[in-house]
Write a protein that binds this ligand. Structure first.
Ligand code: PEP
Ligand code: MG
Length: 587
């Protein structure tokens, strides 16, 4: 444990400075001290255990019921096994008699017996046995958290708390943000993970530190700098004063820069306008300013409504939300992406199947096509909010034309219902797809003909093309939009769209990367939609780029053989441009 001033170099995940005290949250690691109890407390300890098991059984039943309602029987069955385990009288009796014999606290005895039961199962070659061990552990975690009275969702902490944790999901970010946490130090998760995206959207500083995370003690004074990726444990009073000043400089400046956007309309050095839009997650401080300036929202990640609600919001509340967004962006338009749930866009304890490879599993449209009621509810809400004719629908994770056909059919059914009910909506609402799975990019020619627009999601396209998990910082060196294979896939999509006269946008993080900007200008991408924090700098940089030069650069990059070659070429081009005089303010 760190017990004096220590500066840790971590990975920057979400920018900004947070100052406060550490609260260590290690999901799954319940502290279990071994306590000898007096004989008079033995029966009380057993009563507490029985109560904890009872509460666990009740919780699992509730989860089963809501899983059954929300996503149907097959999924709910994952809880059958857990219920049987929790309800195992023989095991409970064993724990009780051991408490009586050893006079040790219930949590300690229970945990030991769980460990000795699961150890042989965990090393079994039989997948079924290993799964059983996981189920036993899941049940045990609930029982132990009831016994200790420390449930994750009940976690309370004072103001200015920086959470230090093993893994933080986007749902945790929302939950802890609501409880006024000011930042996170995490030991897992990459710069393009959804946790990172939502933290940036909420302007919550986050630093990743794989090893040191576990050496920060509860209540240690902490400063984290999410932009530099630095953590200072036990800072001196000089550090404190210095970072207070830096935080002051960063805060209002970030907003003022967005306010200045009207001074830098994005037009290339040779006068070609470049369309820039914002990726939004939840309503944030930049919304009003972006809307006032007439920027469109090229990607609205609606799944965060689910994550914030712990459930699918009903049609009325979704309608209300989408209507307000449509009105706010009345000067431009908003691309509402259908719920892209699954993988890391889930909350702790979410009713969702546990999968070995969730990135390759039940997520995005795949899941929504199995939950047609929830999908149609969302589409009805979007359609009802579309009367101002400035909403578009985007379908995530399309990997095959059959998925697109089914989604379109469901959209038609929703329209049909609304017409029958005489509820007005935009009959010509545009429907587009994300090109973020290599199979979709490779078959763009077929897909493009069936949609109104395409948005290239480089975040997922990169991870699937290069087999490099976007959340895994160990492979972050491999994860790059500049790999020739990724660029070729992007070009396949762009060419198919141009051929069929369909607009194509980029909405992955690459859209906000200055190195990639000349390439996208060279490709004549119709909209670059990015994190609002990137908009100002990208608008400024556009002004230095000559579109003919950008086309030449693209031609050279196309001939490159490696990621490094591409990066070198782009870096050289960028440094040449940076030598140019800064842009002049518009009179
Ligand atoms: C993408 O994959 O590039 C994308 C924009 O979607 P998300 O980051 O929400 O998965
Ligand atoms: Mg994606």
């Amino acid at each position: 444990m760190f017990n004096r001033r220590t500066v840790i170099k971590g990975t920057p995940i979400s920018g900004g400075i947070a100052m406060g005290h550490a609260r260590v949250v290690l999901p799954g690691d319940v502290e279990l001290a071994e306590i000898t109890i007096p004989a008079s407390r033995v029966e009380g300890e057993i009563e507490a255990l029985v109560l904890a098991v009872g509460l666990t059984i009740q919780e699992i039943r509730e989860l089963m019921e809501s899983a059954g309602k929300k996503i149907g029987g097959p999924v709910a069955r994952i809880f059958d096994a857990q219920l049987l385990i929790a309800d195992d009288d023989e095991f409970l009796n064993q724990v009780k008699s051991e408490i009586r014999q050893t006079r040790r606290n219930a949590a300690f005895v229970y945990n030991n017996l769980v460990k000795s039961t699961t150890a042989p199962l965990k090393s079994s070659p039989d997948e079924y046995m290993r799964q059983m061990a996981t189920d036993i552990e899941a049940v045990a975690q609930r029982v132990l958290s009831h016994l200790s009275g420390h449930e994750k969702t009940d976690l309370k902490f004072p103001p200015h708390t920086i959470l230090v944790g093993k893994m933080v999901t986007p749902g945790d970010v929302l939950l802890y943000r609501q409880r006024k946490a000011v930042g996170f130090v995490v030991s897992e998760g990459g710069q393009n993970s959804h946790m990172a995206l939502i933290s940036r959207a909420l302007r919550l500083p986050v630093v990743l530190s794989r090893d040191s995370c576990f050496d920060i003690a509860n209540n240690s004074r902490l400063i984290i700098d999410g932009t530099a990726g630095e953590i200072i444990v036990h800072p001196t009073s000089d550090d404190w004063t210095e970072y207070q000043k830096r935080r002051k400089r960063q805060g209002p400046a970030a907003i003022t820069r967005i306010r200045k956007l009207s001074e830098v309309p994005p037009t290339t050095a040779d006068g070609r306008p470049v369309n820039i839009g914002a990726n939004l997650t939840l309503r944030g401080p930049a919304d009003d300013i972006l809307a006032e300036q007439g920027f469109p929202v090229g990607l609205y990640r609606t799944e965060f409504l689910y994550l914030a609600n712990y459930d699918f919001p009903d049609e009325e509340s979704q309608y209300d939300y989408y209507r307000q967004i449509a009105q706010k962006y009345a000067r431009s338009y908003v691309v509402l992406r259908a719920f892209d749930l699954g993988y890391d866009k889930l909350i702790a304890d979410a009713v969702w199947p546990q999968e070995d490879n969730p990135a390759l599993g039940w997520r995005g449209m795949r899941a929504m096509l199995d939950m047609t009621n929830e999908f149609k509810t969302q589409i009805r809400a979007i359609l009802r909010a579309s009367t101002g004719k400035n909403l578009k629908i985007l379908l995530p994770m399309i990997s095959d034309v059959s998925e697109l056909d089914r989604a379109k059919k469901l959209i038609s059914q929703a329209k049909f219902q609304l017409r029958k009910q005489r509820i007005p909506f935009d009959e010509d609402i545009q429907v587009g797809i994300m090109a973020e799975v290599p199979s979709a990019a490779m078959t763009a020619e077929t897909l493009v003909k069936k949609v109104d627009f395409v948005s290239i999601g480089t975040n997922d396209l990169v991870q699937y093309t290069l087999a490099a998990d976007r959340m895994n910082s160990r492979v972050s060196k491999l994860y790059s939009a500049f790999h020739p294979s990724v660029l070729r896939l992007i070009l396949i999509v762009v060419e198919a769209c141009k051929k069929h006269g369909k607009p194509v946008s980029i909405c992955g993080e690459a859209a906000g990367d200055p190195l990639a900007l000349p390439l996208f200008i060279g490709m004549e991408i119709d909209l670059l939609s990015m994190n609002p924090a990137r908009i100002f700098d990208q608008c400024r940089f556009v002004k230095k780029i000559d579109s003919t030069m950008a086309r030449h650069l693209l031609a050279s990059v196309k001939a490159s053989e490696s990621q490094q070659q591409v990066i070198n070429m782009l870096q050289t081009y960028k440094s040449e441009l940076e030598k140019k005089k800064p842009f002049r303010k518009r009179k």
